[in-house]
Design a binder for this molecule. Structure first.
Ligand SMILES: CC(C)(COP(=O)(O)OP(=O)(O)OC[C@H]1O[C@@H](n2cnc3c(N)ncnc32)[C@H](O)[C@@H]1OP(=O)(O)O)[C@@H](O)C(=O)NCCC(=O)NCCS
Length: 180
């Protein structure tokens, strides 16, 4: 299967909504918003989000499409409002039947990382992964992400933890400096 990786366009808000809801149904603890809250968002919120993700310098969502043009994966990058000098990878999802080493997950991630490298001047690129998301953790480690030592409460259940991983090669630094 060949996959097409590209940035989403501003008119694709319905596709964005559909894959976000699929992701929340498939993997509810992998993300920090609930299916119910997300499903209740009106169209204009999705339209605004699509416009930002399609054209902003700081925030961008990349999608993987199959040969028929159907969206089978997404990955977003964007700033963290309360954490200066960082860009965060978020909303990473690939439909179950397209997972595995021949799938688009790594290319999606690299599209997001490259965008952040050329469109922002922040020093750090991080992401949060749920402590029990063994597959996500293995995947990110394979791409080179490393634990920063930071652990924060998981938004939907603060008794659970999100591990913060950093991408040491984001600005071409040595592998020992994932995070300040
Ligand atoms: C995270 C995700 C995008 C990764 O894409 P993928 O196509 O599954 O990734 P790959 O199959 O290439 O790599 C998965 C790794 O996890 C390993 N793995 C598979 N199942 C596992 C499990 N149950 N526990 C631990 N590791 C597991 C694989 O062996 C592989 O590791 P390796 O490359 O060292 O062999 C995808 O699994 C997904 O969409 N998951 C649901 C949503 C999610 O968790 N998103 C991340 C939010 S932080």
């Amino acid at each position: 299967m060949h996959y097409f990786i590209r940035r989403m366009t501003s008119t694709e808000y319905r596709e964005l909504r559909a894959i976000r809801l699929e992701a929340l149904r498939d993997s509810p603890t992998a993300f920090s918003s609930s299916y119910e809250d997300t499903a209740a968002l009106p169209d204009d919120v999705w339209q605004q989000q699509a416009a930002v993700e399609a054209s902003s310098e700081e925030s961008a969502t990349f999608i993987a499409a199959d040969e028929a043009g159907n969206w089978v994966g997404i990955a977003g990058v964007g700033p963290l409002p309360d954490v200066p000098d960082h860009v965060h990878v978020h909303s990473v999802y690939v439909s179950p039947e397209h997972r595995g080493p021949a799938g688009p997950a790594a290319d999606l991630m690299m599209a997001g990382i490259r965008h952040a490298q050329v469109s922002t001047d922040v020093r750090w690129l991080t992401l949060g992964v749920h402590e029990r998301n063994g597959r996500g953790l293995a995947f990110y480690r394979r791409l080179g992400f490393e634990p920063t030592g930071k652990v924060v409460p998981y938004g939907l259940n603060p008794s659970e933890k999100l591990l913060i991983l950093g991408y040491p090669d984001f600005r071409g630094r040595s592998r020992s400096s994932a995070q300040p």
